[in-house]
Ligand binder design. Structure first.
Ligand code: ATR
Length: 283
């Protein structure tokens, strides 16, 4: 292990990333020498940035939009999640080789395990959206043994591509099928950006949902999205998406700094305070 291991998060743009706050908290908590910084890299400069990582003293880092697919292609080794999802969000070196992993599926599962431990007892889920985030979540559900996965998307063709990729026969549907698909779904998850601050709301009538269904959202700004609010007002269980962000950071930290960190209420509060101050500044 390097004396002062340096890690990074890169994206374009990257200034709103909360990853430096999260990893900085853990570095301090463990009293480790090391650093984690945000580095903005334009798409045309990304391959050069990755090729120069070791020369610049980096032991690895996180990769976010729009670099996840290119990062995938630049890695010499990839973990199973990255291979299945087709995108890399975590880079590290092992025996001199650049490894790429995808921790989004892990973060999704770990968040639900923490927030609603029996969430995967019934193996049926309704997944809203068919983009990159949806891929990670479908991979996670398949790994947990979900046998009944219903993918709903505005563009049905994209849902079909995902269903084919993951071998889910008859799993692709348009938005108009939501009312009937809600029935029997133990888990309802929004993987689209709808409901995020500044975007359109996700307007779904949950009246057909099972009374013991769990509703979750990958959007965490606002913390209680319109979907989660609607679920709560119907008395359905909910888990917000902030925990997915926190948990997905755990494996990366362990790769770079050699300690497995914990997602604590204190860390969650730290990020929530940062979100509140960002919202205040934006006013
Ligand atoms: P990500 O990689 O973050 O998942 P993405 O690949 O752009 O982002 O996917 C965004 C998802 O949100 C898609 O499922 C998209 O639906 P389409 O495939 O039909 O584009 C969905 N989405 C975005 N805006 C939407 C809207 N106004 N109504 C319905 N779905 C929307």
């Amino acid at each position: 292990m390097a004396n002062n291991p340096r890690a990074f998060v890169t994206g374009y743009p990257i200034r709103h990333s909360r990853s430096p706050l999260i990893h900085g908290y853990w570095l301090k908590q463990f009293g480790l020498k090391g650093s984690y910084q945000a580095v903005e890299v334009a798409p045309e400069d990304f391959p050069q940035f990755v090729n120069g990582l070791q020369d610049n003293g980096f032991v690895g880092g996180n990769v976010t939009i729009p670099h996840k697919e290119v990062a995938f292609s630049l890695c010499e080794k990839r973990d199973a999640a990255a291979e299945e999802i087709g995108a890399v969000n975590t880079l590290w070196f092992e025996n001199g080789l650049l490894h790429g992993g995808n921790t989004d599926a892990y973060g999704f599962v770990a968040n639900l395990d923490a927030g609603s431990p029996d969430w995967s007892e019934r193996k049926s889920a309704l997944v809203l959206g068919a983009g990159g985030a949806s891929r990670a979540i479908i991979f996670a559900l398949k790994q947990r043994g979900f046998t009944d996965i219903r993918i709903v998307n505005r563009t049905v063709e994209r849902a079909r591509e995902l269903a084919d990729r993951f071998g889910i026969a008859g799993g692709a549907h348009g938005l108009n099928a939501i009312p009937e698909l809600l029935q029997g779904a133990a888990l309802i998850v929004n993987t689209t950006s709808l409901g995020m601050q500044g975007k359109d709301d996700l307007d779904i009538d949950l009246s057909g949902a099972d009374s013991d269904a769990l509703v979750t959202d990958i959007v965490y700004v606002p913390l209680e999205t319109p979907l989660l609010r609607a679920a709560r007002s119907r008395g359905l269980k909910t888990v917000d998406g902030l925990g997915m962000l926190l948990h997905q950071a755990v494996p990366g930290f362990e790769h770079w700094f050699g300690r497995r960190p914990e997602v604590t209420p204190e860390l969650r509060n730290l990020v929530l305070a940062d979100m509140a101050s960002a919202a205040e500044k934006a006013k």
